[in-house]
Every structure is written in structure tokens, then in C-alpha cells.
Design a binder for this molecule. Structure first.
Ligand SMILES: Cc1ncc(COP(=O)(O)O)c(C=O)c1O
Length: 384
């Protein structure tokens, strides 16, 4: 018997893990105040860039002595800038438990050829952060977007570490508590929890990270878009909004609009609460069913943004084919777009739960997942 079709559909079926859904109040005409056709070095451009920096500081609670810069090439640009400019002064520890972390390992070991210890865990697991040597520079991803596994807190990171901690927090910032005293470099992109655009990255530096930049020159050449110092001194302008090259003023305006929304709903606490409620709805759904489960093995490490799910029913013959077919059914019904697992991750679904997603949409989606699962299982049995 065909499973019953659910009665309601999500008002917004956009559950992509990046670019993520725009804020619920977003409309294109909100961008009409953009400084289009104006120089980013004119007063109006500079003001907007500086506002993007300072309002980020306010909402995230970034300490006053940390620098915040807008840099080229989204989160990847920010991470690369940090690694190429700072690593090599001491040994590195590269930590990875999914695809993006693994990408940073490749960069450091194969491209930069830095003396590094590599600590890896499989999809669904996490590296024990207490087992790392913090006398080395530690590079890690706070929230593994492709496995749905996150660092639960920064307790394992010593406050008096000798090395730097370089943290890719792109799918964590604005959704998870980031312990600033434990982090020397934090990066993220506007395209994730804030539902902004991907053009630019945010690079946040602790005073110790700045000290590294001013006291160490890497042995390799640095392209202009990576260079943060001039004559051995930090180029402070970058951290006031004097970007290294031309930014998109449309993307800047879009980020400011997202920040407006974040402030209106109550700032960081409200943003985190929205992600928590979204993820909790999915966790509850999975807990009461025996055919679907969180990819994250330890509940303490479950992501509240990129929730990754696997199908666990014994009757499924081809896991990858089944997950793909379920995803296609959801997409064909217009109830969930872009919810397939990442290409390098185990088969399953990935549902973005960041702050711009409405809990009512997650709740409306869940019966459709149940429907698609049963429909596909039935189709598989019939064709066997
Ligand atoms: C953990 C992580 N790092 C890096 C990236 C790359 O981000 P971007 O494409 O914004 O540079 C992503 C994108 O999804 C990510 O999830």
C-alpha cells in the first residue's frame, strides 16, 4: 500500500548547506540601499564595510582586541590566507573528521609541505581534542559540514597554549558558542548561518595571531591577496574595512541586511536557539524511528546546523542509490532542495538547520522524509 502523502509542505523548501536559505524576512528590495556603482574606498563604501566588521563583532561577542577582516574568496580564502601566512613557524597539527578538514590537511602537507602531525577520524566520529599537542599550531574545523559532527566546546584547548589554534568555523559561527580565548584564527563565510552571499570571507585574529604575522615571514612567496603585513607590521586598514582588493558592495549590503535581521530577532542567543530548535526537531524524529539515524555517533558532537542522517533499515540493498532516490522524491515534490549528503560523505541526507531556516519548515519536512522513505522502500521491493 502506498504511504499517505503528508498534508502540508514547508513554506520554504531551501535546506541547502550553502549557500543557505536567506533570512525569513529577506526580499530583494531590501538591497536597494547598496552602494552600487560607488568606490569601496569612498566614504559610503568604507562606512558599510566598517559596519559589517563592527556589527559582526557586536553580535558574535568578538573581544575588542581581536581584528576582524573582510577578505577575498569566501571561507576558503580566509582559511588559506591564515595557513599560508602563519604556518611553518612551528610544527603543525592538522585535525580532520570530514571533507573540508581533509582539504586543509592536503594543503598543509602536500602544498606547503609543513612538518605536521595529522589526526583524523571517520565520518560520524571526532578527533579527541584533548589528545592534541597545543605547543604546535593546531588547524581544525569547528563544525564538520559534511559529517554533521562538531566540537562540543573548547574545554580541551589550553588558555596558555604556545601554538596557535586556527579554526574553520564557517558552519558554526552565529549558531554555536565559539570560545574566543581558545581561538587565535576564526574564519567563516556570509553564505552559511546568516544566509548571505559567498563572495567574501571573514578572518578574525587574536592578538597572538597578529604577533605571529608580525614576527614570522614564511619561506614561500605570498600572493597579494594573502598579504596582511607591510614592512613587518600588520596592515591595520584591512581590519577597518580597507579590503585588499575590490569587494562586492551588493554582497556587503546583503550581509548588512542579514545582520539587521539577526539584531531584530535578539542577536546571537536567538540565532543559536533557532538552530537548536531546528536540529532538535530532527533528532526527536530520528529517536522515535528505527530506520533513520544521525551520522554523528556521540550525541554531544551532533551539529545543530548541518544535520547529517543515514538510513539504517536492513531491507535497503543499495545504500547510496536509496538515499539518492529519496532525495529525488523530496525534490520532485518541491519539499526539500539540496538535501543529498555531500559527494565525499556516506550516503544519506543532510538538512541545514541554521538560523535562517524556520522550525515550522523543518517540522513540515519530516513527514515527507517518512513518506519518501516508505515510498522508495516499496518501489525497491516491487522491482526486486
Ligand atoms: C567547513 C567548511 N569549510 C570550508 C568551506 C568552503 O567554504 P566557501 O565555499 O565559502 O569558501 C565549507 C563550505 O561548505 C565548509 O562547510
Amino acid at each position: 500500500m502506498a504511504p499517505t502523502t503528508p498534508g502540508t509542505r514547508p513554506a520554504n523548501p531551501r535546506f541547502s548547506s550553502g549557500p543557505c536559505a536567506k533570512p525569513p524576512t529577506f526580499t530583494l528590495d531590501k538591497l536597494s540601499g547598496a552602494a552600487l556603482g560607488r568606490s569601496h574606498r569612498a566614504a559610503i563604501g568604507k562606512e558599510k564595510l566598517a559596519a559589517a566588521i563592527e556589527r559582526t563583532r557586536d553580535i558574535l561577542g568578538v573581544p575588542a582586541d581581536y581584528r576582524i577582516g573582510i577578505v577575498p574568496a569566501s571561507d576558503t580564502g580566509a582559511v588559506e590566507m591564515a595557513m599560508w601566512s602563519m604556518l611553518g613557524a612551528r610544527k603543525a597539527t592538522m585535525v580532520a573528521w570530514e571533507s573540508f578538514g581533509a582539504g586543509w590537511v592536503t594543503d598543509v602537507v602536500k602544498q606547503l609541505k609543513i612538518d605536521a602531525e595529522v589526526k583524523e577520524a571517520g565520518y560520524g566520529e571526532i578527533v579527541d581534542m584533548a589528545s592534541l599537542d597545543y605547543a604546535t599550531d593546531v588547524v581544525f574545523t569547528w563544525n564538520g559540514t559534511t559529517s554533521g559532527v562538531r566540537v562540543p566546546n573548547g574545554d580541551a584547548i589550553p588558555a596558555d597554549r604556545e601554538g596557535l589554534t586556527i579554526c574553520d568555523a564557517t558552519s558554526a559561527a552565529f549558531a554555536q558558542d565559539l570560545p574566543w580565548d581558545k581561538l587565535d584564527v576564526v574564519t567563516f563565510s556570509w553564505q552559511k548561518v546568516m544566509g548571505g552571499e559567498a563572495a567574501h570571507g571573514m578572518l578574525i585574529l587574536s592578538p597572538r595571531a597578529v604577533e605571529r604575522l608580525e614576527s614570522y615571514t614564511p619561506a614561500w612567496p605570498l600572493p597579494k591577496i594573502f598579504r596582511m603585513t607591510k614592512g613587518g607590521k600588520l596592515n591595520e586598514g584591512i581590519f577597518r574595512g580597507e579590503t585588499i582588493n575590490t569587494p562586492s558592495m551588493l554582497a556587503v549590503e546583503d550581509y548588512l541586511v542579514a545582520l539587521d535581521w539577526a539584531e531584530q530577532i535578539g542577536g546571537l542567543k536567538a540565532l543559536m536557539a533557532r538552530a537548536d530548535a531546528n536540529a532538535q526537531a530532527i533528532w526527536d524524529f530520528c529517536d522515535s524511528r528505527d530506520w533513520i539515524a544521525n551520522l554523528a555517533q556521540d550525541p554531544a558532537t551532533r551539529s545543530n546546523t548541518s544535520v547529517c542522517l543515514k538510513f539504517t533499515d536492513d531491507r535497503i540493498a543499495d545504500g547510496a542509490g536509496f538515499a539518492k532516490a529519496v532525495q529525488k522524491r523530496l525534490e520532485a515534490e518541491g519539499v526539500a532542495l539540496d538535501v543529498g549528503a555531500y559527494r565525499d560523505a556516506p550516503a544519506g541526507l543532510r538538512i541545514w538547520c541554521g538560523a535562517t531556516v524556520e522550525t515550522s519548515d523543518i517540522e513540515a519536512l519530516l513527514p515527507w522524509i517518512e513518506w519518501a522513505f516508505h515510498a522508495e522502500l516499496e518501489a525497491q521491493t516491487e522491482s526486486a
